[in-house]
Design a protein around this ligand. Structure first.
Ligand SMILES: Nc1ncnc2c1ncn2[C@@H]1O[C@H](COP(=O)(O)OP(=O)(O)O)[C@@H](O)[C@H]1O
Ligand SMILES: [Mg+2]
Length: 197
């Protein structure tokens, strides 16, 4: 099966594009969804996180207090690194597990931090969803309840647009409307269907 890694900065349109591929019945593996499920109560990642960061990263019902965890790792590179060391290997293990269950000509693996985690070799083709930073900021502002400086900080914690684009085998230009996006997805879908790996 041909593995297409879908990536892009926050707000560039990864989820929107994933949905369009889903309409072609393309199997999608979603790293964000996996990471979210991994820290649900009872999961081993949550146990490892609370062992390392202490009870302050949990609510009293035992679920993960994301805001508290975000605050703990903010400006603390070592703690951020520790969190990544817990979560990332488990995410990639689950991606491999899901991959082993799939059949078909190709699949999409949506991994926001594909380049940042240096996991390019996991996929056969890197598809970058791209738009300028001002557009990212405006879209995230409309989607989430965050201010400019919070959004800019998130963008700056990811690789730059220029750096990401150097890794791209294909680029989806998400600077226009959904019709324009859909047209690009249709063309790529046809191209990926022809892959015989
Ligand atoms: N071409 C577009 N035109 C208008 N709004 C868009 C477009 N692409 C994405 N959006 C909106 O911008 C926000 C960010 O897109 P999303 O797909 O969630 O990005 P990501 O998953 O990369 O963070 C969402 O609210 C989405 O509906
Ligand atoms: Mg998304």
């Amino acid at each position: 099966m041909y593995k297409v890694g879908l990536t892009g900065g926050i707000g560039c349109g990864k989820s929107t594009v994933s949905e369009l591929f889903k309409q072609h019945n393309t199997p999608i593996i979603d790293a964000d969804e996996i990471a979210h499920a991994l820290v649900m109560p009872g999961q081993k990642a949550l146990k490892q996180i609370s062992d390392y960061f202490g009870q302050r990263c949990l609510f009293t019902d035992g679920s993960l207090n994301r805001a508290s965890l975000r605050e703990i790792i903010f400006n603390d590179a070592e703690k951020k690194h520790q969190l990544e060391n817990i979560v990332h290997p488990l995410v990639y293990a689950e991606i491999e597990r899901q991959l082993s269950l799939l059949t078909g000509p190709y699949c999409i693996i949506a991994i926001p931090l594909l380049i940042e985690t240096k996991m390019q070799s996991l996929v056969d083709h890197i598809l970058v969803i791209d738009c300028p930073m001002e557009m990212q900021i405006n879209r995230v502002k409309l989607r989430d309840n965050l201010n400019n400086s919070q959004i800019t900080a998130m963008i700056n914690s990811q690789v730059s647009r220029a750096e990401r684009l150097t890794h791209a085998d294909s680029i989806i230009d998400n600077t226009q409307d959904i019709t324009f996006l859909d047209k690009q997805v249709n063309n790529l879908h046809k191209q990926f269907l022809k892959q015989t790996k």
